[in-house]
Design a protein. Structure first.
Length: 929
RNA sequence: GCGGAUGUGGCGUAAUUGGUAGCCGCGCUAGACUUAGGAUCUAGUCCCGAGAGGGGUGGGAGUUCGAGUCUCCCCAUCCGCACCA
C-alpha cells in the first residue's frame, strides 16, 4: 500500500469540512484557548509560500492545544478593504467588491488545501456591512467619549458637558488638543457651532485641521506609519505636508497605558521596543523664559534641566505662534522669507538635508530665568512644532544639533558638564558636543560638582519651587489621522448640519457604502463618495464623504470572532467573558507601529466603556519572518535587444531585467530561452549571447512579489509533494521568527521522511502492525520524543520538532518496530504537524473519530531515564575519559570508585586530586594539582 | 546618531539552557541493486595529521574546574526610529 498523499489529503479535507470537525462552541467545562492569525488582505496575486508559514505554525499550535484538552477558537477572515482593489477598479472599471470576492474565494481555496483547522463558520470580512456596522459603532462610541486622566479611562462626553455647565472647565485633567478655559456662563452663551468646536477639542474621535501626509499620486492622506522616508509604503509615491480638515483618533490619551501594558504581554523584546520608541516617552521639565519687552513667556521643554546654565540661545520652530509677535522690525522681511522657504520644503527635502543647518535671528531676546542674562532668539526648522512646545533652550556644548547651529551662527558655547577624568577645555576648539549624560556639573551655581543624574533632579526641583516651570512628560506619539479620500473603505456614520458634524443614531447603522459610477475623486477634488447619489440623510443633511483608513476594520476583529453573527451587539458579554482575548497571535512584525498599536488602543477603549473584559487584545505574539524569493535576471546590453549570459556580462554595459523564475532551472540557473521568447513580446526577436551553449541567469534574494516575478505559490508544491510535506517543510526551514529565502532543495528530505514514516505502518500489502509488547528501547524512543515535542511546541520551536520526528522515525526503522503500542501514540503525536497522514493511519488502525480529538500522548519519565550515566571525566577542565556507573548509586561511593578507576588513574597521571566536582549528583570534573 | 537583534561546517540549522560542539536535513564522496537513468538502501563527510593527537562556534580579553551559551571591548550583517530638545 503506497502513500498516496493526494487522495488522502482530499479525503480528509472533505471529512473535516462535512463533519465541522473544527467548529468552536462555548463550553464552560473546558478551558479555552484562542489562536489567531493576522487576517490577510486578499490580493490579486493569491497566496505565496510565505503566507502559510505563520498559518501552519498557528495551526499546529491550535491542533496541539485541542489535543491537550483545550476548547480552541481558531478562526480566519479577510481584511478586505484596501487600496489595491480600488486602484485596480480605477484602471479596469471592475467594482472592488467583485475583485475582492474573487480574491477571497481563491485565498480560501488555497488555505483549505494546506489543511488548516479553521472554523470557517466564524469568518469575518471587514467590507461586509454586518461587520463594518460595528466598526462604525465603535467610531460613534469614540466620538461620544473623552479621556479623563484622573480616573485614567474614557468617559462619556455628557459628563464633560455637565462639568462645563457647572463651570468646572478649568479644573479638568483631561486629554485635549489644546487647553481651554471658560466659565459656566460663557459655555451657556456659546452657539451650537462653538459648543461643537469646544467638544471636538476633547472627543476621542475628533475633527481638526492639521498638517497631514498628503499623497497626490494616491489622492489621499496617510497615517504616519503609512509613510516611510517621505514616500508612501503602498506604491512608493512622494508625500507632502498639507493642512486639511480630518478625523483623528486621540490615541495620545492612551500613551501611558499603551506603554505600561507592554509589561504585561508576552511579545518579543524587539516589537515591544519598537512600540516604546514609537510612543517615545521622555521625562523632563518645562521652563518659562520671559521675552524682553514682551509680556508673553516662552515655554520650552527639556530633558536636560541640568544644563540650564549652559543655555546661550533659544530656537523657535518656524510655525511657532510667537514668532510673528516677537520678531523686531529690522528682521521681519528676512524672517518671513525663511518661514516661507521652510513651509515649501517638503518633508522629504527636510529629511534629505538633516545635516544642513539653517535658521535666522529674530532680533528678539529672552531673559534667562536664573542668571537673568539676555539670550538671542532664533528660528530654525530643526525645531519641530509638533514635539514639546515647539521651542527649545539651546545648550550647544551638550547637544549636537545646538552645537552645529552655534558653530554656524558663531554663538558662544558654554561647557557645564565635565566628563570624568577630563579637564576643562576651550569649547571653540571642540569638533563635537558632549551629549553623554555623564560627568560633573561646572559653571552652574548651585549644581556645581553634582553628577548629571543628580543635577537633573535638583534642577527640576529648583525650577518647580521657584515657579520657573514644572516637571512634565512628553510623548512622541501623534494622534492617528482617520480620514481617507477613498471609495473602498468604511463610510463614517456622520452627517453635517449647519457645518456641525453629528453621528448617526445607532439604530440606523450600518450606513452602507453607496454605489458610484467612477472611483476617482470629483473634478472639484472631493473624495469619490461625493459622486454618490442621495448621499445624505432623509432630512437632506449631507453625509461625510471621507472613508475610514485600512486599519479601521482590523482594530477589534479579534473580538468579533467570538460572536461573529450577533446582530444586536458587537459581541455578547457571555462570549467575551468566555473567550476573553487572544492567547496566541501570529503575524508579521511589519504591523508593530500600525495595527498592533491601534488595536491595543481600541481594545483599551472598549474595555473602558465596559464591553470587553480584557484591556490587552493579544497575550502572546509570535512574529513570523518573511520568506523571501530568489529573483532571476537576464542582462540586456544597453541600447540593444541583445542579452548576455551571467558570466559574460562584465564584458558589456548591461541592465539587469527580472524574468519569471518558472523559466529557470533551479539547480543550474539555465534559462529556457524558448520559454522566454514566448513569455513576453520583447524577447521574441532578441539575440542571446551564450556561455557553454547555455544562457545562465543571475540571482538576487528579494521580497516575494508579483512584480518581481519571483512568487512561488504553495499550490504547485502541494500538488507535487502533498500538503503534509509542505507543512513539515515550512516548519523545518528554521526558526519561525527568522526571515529566509525560499529554497526548495530541502523539501525532498521531508518528503522522504513521510514516505519512510508511512512504511513504519504499512507495506505493499497494507497495514503491517503487530500487537507485540514494546521493548525498553522502543519505549524510550517514543517517550523521549513525546517529551521533546511537547516542550518544543510550547516554546514554538517547530523546526526542532520536525527534526525530532525524523529521529524517532529513523530509530524505530532501525529497531524494525511495527508495534501498534508504539506507533499509535506516535500517530497522534505527529497529527498536528501532518494531520492528513495521521488521520489516514488513525482510521486504518480502526479508530472511528478524528485524530484531532485524540489526547496528546503523555510521556512517562521512567522510560526516558538513563539507567546508567556515562560520566565525562575531565581533568582540569579537559575531558580525558568516560566511565559508566549506575545512576542509583550513592555519589560518595562513586567518588571512591572513580579515583580508583584504572582509566582515571591513567588520566590523572599520578597527580594529587584536589577536588571532585559534582553537578546534580554526577561527577563532571576532577581537579588535580 | 539612538534603540533592538543576529554572527556555529559547502548550505538551512541543532546543542538537555554553563557540562562530550555540529543533532536533523540538503549537498557532496564511495558502494549495493539496476542494461542505464531515476527511486531505494549502506557507509563516509568541521579543519590539520598516515596515526596517536591537536585546533575549532566573527575577533580580543575576563568570570569559571568547565563558555557557542555569562560579562566587557571591538568587527560585520539585518531590522526599527531618526533634527523628539
Amino acid at each position: 500500500m503506497e502513500y498516496n498523499f493526494s487522495e488522502i489529503e482530499k479525503k480528509w479535507q472533505k471529512y473535516w469540512k462535512d463533519n465541522k470537525t473544527f467548529k468552536a462552541e462555548i463550553d464552560e467545562n473546558k478551558p479555552k484557548y484562542y489562536v489567531l492569525d493576522m487576517f490577510p488582505y486578499p490580493s490579486g496575486a493569491g497566496l505565496h509560500v510565505g503566507h502559510p508559514l505563520g498559518y501552519i505554525a498557528s495551526d499546529i499550535f491550535a491542533r496541539f492545544k485541542r489535543q491537550k484538552g483545550f476548547n480552541v477558537l481558531h478562526p480566519m477572515g479577510f481584511d478586505a478593504y484596501g487600496l489595491p482593489a480600488e486602484q485596480y477598479a480605477i484602471q479596469t472599471g471592475q467594482h472592488p467588491a467583485v475583485t475582492t470576492e474573487q480574491n477571497i474565494a481563491r485565498y480560501k481555496q488555497q488555505l483549505d488545501i494546506i489543511g488548516l483547522s479553521y472554523d470557517w463558520d466564524r469568518e469575518v470580512r471587514t467590507c461586509d456591512a454586518k461587520y463594518y456596522k460595528w466598526t462604525q459603532w465603535t467610531f460613534i462610541q469614540l466620538f461620544n467619549s473623552y479621556y479623563c486622566f484622573d480616573c485614567n479611562q474614557a468617559r462619556p462626553i455628557s459628563e464633560l458637558i455637565q462639568a462645563f455647565e457647572n463651570g468646572d472647565a478649568k479644573k479638568l485633567n483631561v486629554a485635549c488638543t489644546k487647553p481651554m478655559s471658560f466659565t459656566a456662563e460663557e459655555w451657556q452663551n456659546f452657539t451650537e457651532k462653538e459648543k461643537s468646536d469646544v467638544l471636538m477639542n476633547y472627543r476621542l474621535a475628533y475633527l481638526s485641521t492639521s498638517m497631514v501626509n498628503w499623497c497626490p499620486k494616491l489622492g489621499t492622506v496617510l497615517a504616519n506609519d503609512e509613510v516611510v522616508n517621505g514616500v508612501s509604503v503602498r506604491g512608493g509615491y512622494p508625500v507632502e505636508r498639507k493642512p486639511m480638515q480630518q478625523w483623528s483618533l486621540r490615541i495620545t490619551a492612551y500613551a501611558e497605558r499603551l506603554l505600561e501594558g507592554l509589561n504585561s504581554v508576552e511579545w518579543s523584546d524587539s516589537i515591544k521596543e519598537i512600540q516604546r520608541n514609537w510612543i517615545g516617552k521622555s521625562r523632563g521639565c518645562a521652563v518659562y523664559f520671559s521675552i524682553k519687552e514682551h509680556e508673553e513667556k516662552l515655554e520650552v521643554f527639556t530633558t536636560r534641566a541640568d544644563t540650564i546654565f549652559g543655555v546661550t540661545f533659544m530656537v523657535l520652530s518656524p510655525e511657532h505662534p510667537l514668532v510673528e509677535k516677537i520678531t523686531t522690525e529690522n528682521y521681519k522681511i528676512e524672517v518671513k522669507r525663511y518661514i516661507e522657504q521652510a513651509k515649501n520644503r517638503s518633508e522629504r527635502e527636510r529629511e534629505a538635508d538633516v545635516k544642513q543647518v539653517s535658521g535666522i535671528f529674530t532680533g528678539a531676546y529672552a531673559i534667562h530665568p536664573i542668571t537673568k542674562k539676555t539670550i538671542p532668539i532664533y528660528i530654525s526648522d530643526y525645531v519641530l512644532m509638533g514635539y514639546g512646545t515647539g521651542a527649545i533652550m539651546a545648550v550647544p556644548a551638550h547637544d549636537s544639533r545646538d552645537f552645529a547651529f552655534a558653530k554656524k551662527f558663531m554663538i558662544p558655547i558654554l561647557q557645564v558638564v565635565l566628563p570624568k577624568g577630563e579637564k576643562e577645555s576651550n569649547t571653540y576648539a571642540w569638533k563635537q558636543s558632549q551629549d553623554a549624560k555623564e560627568g560633573k556639573m561646572i559653571h552652574s551655581e548651585f549644581l556645581n560638582g553634582l553628577e548629571v543624574k543628580v543635577a537633573i533632579e535638583k534642577a527640576i526641583n529648583y525650577i518647580e519651587s521657584h515657579k520657573l516651570g514644572y516637571a512634565t512628560t512628553n510623548y512622541r506619539l501623534r494622534d492617528a489621522i482617520f480620514s481617507r479620500q477613498r471609495y473602498w473603505g468604511e463610510p463614517f456614520p456622520v452627517y453635517y448640519k449647519d457645518g456641525i458634524p453629528y453621528t448617526l443614531d445607532e439604530k440606523d447603522l450600518p450606513l452602507l457604502l453607496p454605489e458610484i459610477n467612477s472611483f476617482l475623486p470629483t473634478e472639484t477634488g472631493e473624495p469619490p463618495l461625493a459622486r454618490a447619489e442621495n448621499w445624505h440623510t432623509v432630512e437632506g443633511y449631507p453625509y461625510e464623504t471621507n472613508t475610514m483608513p485600512g486599519f479601521a476594520g482590523s482594530n477589534a476583529y479579534s473580538l468579533r470572532y467570538m460572536d461573529p453573527t450577533n446582530e444586536e451587539e458587537f459581541f455578547s458579554k457571555r462570549a467575551n467573558e468566555y473567550w476573553e482575548n487572544v492567547d496566541l497571535y501570529v503575524g508579521g512584525s511589519e504591523h508593530a507601529t500600525g495595527h498592533l498599536l491601534y488595536s491595543r488602543f481600541i481594545t483599551k477603549f472598549l474595555f473602558d466603556i465596559g464591553i470587553t473584559c480584557k484591556d490587552e487584545p493579544y497575550k502572546r505574539l509570535v512574529n513570523q519572518g518573511m520568506i523571501q524569493g530568489k529573483s532571476c535576471f537576464v542582462y540586456r546590453i544597453k541600447g540593444e535587444n541583445k542579452y548576455v549570459s551571467f558570466n559574460l556580462k562584465n564584458e558589456y554595459e548591461t541592465d539587469p531585467i527580472h524574468i519569471d523564475i518558472s523559466l529557470v532551472d533551479a539547480t543550474n540557473n539555465e534559462v529556457d530561452i524558448e520559454g522566454l521568447r514566448n513569455w513576453r513580446e520583447e524577447f521574441k526577436e532578441a539575440e542571446f549571447i551564450l556561455e557553454d551553449e547555455k544562457y545562465i541567469c543571475g540571482n538576487e534574494v528579494e521580497k516575494m512579489s508579483k512584480s518581481l516575478y519571483n512568487v512561488i505559490n504553495p499550490d504547485s508544491l502541494v500538488e507535487k509533494y502533498g500538503a503534509d510535506t509542505l507543512r513539515l517543510y515550512e516548519m523545518f526551514l528554521g526558526p519561525i521568527e527568522q526571515s529566509k529565502p525560499w529554497d526548495v532543495q530541502g523539501i525532498e528530505g521531508v518528503s522522504r521522511f513521510l514516505k519512510k514514516f508511512w512504511r513504519l505502518y504499512a507495506d505493499e500489502k497494507g497495514l503491517c502492525l503487530t500487537d507485540d509488547e514494546p521493548t525498553k528501547d522502543e519505549l524510550k524512543v517514543l517517550h523521549r520524543g513525546i517529551k521533546k515535542i511537547e516542550e518544543d511546541i510550547e516554546r514554538f520551536s517547530l523546526n526542532t520538532c520536525v527534526s525530532t520526528f525524523m529521529i524517532i522515525c529513523n530509530e524505530l526503522s532501525d529497531l524494525k518496530c511495527h508495534k501498534k503500542s508504539i506507533l499509535k501514540p506516535l500517530c497522534s503525536l505527529i497529527s498536528s504537524f501532518a494531520p492528513h497522514i495521521a488521520e489516514e493511519l488513525w482510521s486504518l488502525m480502526g479508530e472511528t473519530s478524528s485524530v484531532a480529538f485524540a489526547e496528546f500522548p503523555a510521556y512517562n519519565e521512567d522510560y526516558i531515564k538513563d539507567t546508567d550515566y556515562k560520566y565525562p571525566i575531565s581533568v582540569n577542565g579537559k575531558t580525558k575519559t568516560f566511565i559508566s556507573f549506575p545512576l542509583d548509586k550513592d555519589p560518595e561511593e562513586i567518588k571512591q570508585e572513580v579515583v580508583a578507576n584504572e582509566q582515571v588513574q591513567k588520566a590523572i597521571d599520578g597527580k594529587e586530586v584536589v577536588k571532585i566536582i559534582f553537578v546534580q549528583g554526577k561527577i563532571v570534573n576532577i581537579v588535580v594539582k
